[in-house]
Design a protein. Structure first.
Length: 77
């Protein structure tokens, strides 16, 4: 049986794409990042988790269960 869903995007590809999207569009919500990029919400969530742990992005709580994501403080490479 063949499905019509797209294969998952590699984590490094998603991690590389997200800072550029944030630089171009400014602070975003998880939905704001997943909708225009065509990357699934779960992949965006996992990418934001990885990038926030290394200081590339920051998350600020907006209301319960909602965060604003932005390019964080000092970017470490």
């Amino acid at each position: 049986m063949r499905t019509h869903s797209q294969p998952p995007t590699a984590p490094r590809t998603v991690d590389g794409k997200m800072p550029g999207v944030l630089k171009k569009n400014g602070a975003q919500s998880m939905e704001g990042l997943s909708t225009p990029t065509g990357i699934g919400w779960t992949q965006v969530f996992m990418s934001m988790d990885r990038l926030s742990r290394i200081g590339k992005v920051s998350l600020t709580p907006v209301r319960p269960c909602e965060y604003r994501i932005w390019i964080g403080g000092l970017l470490r490479r």
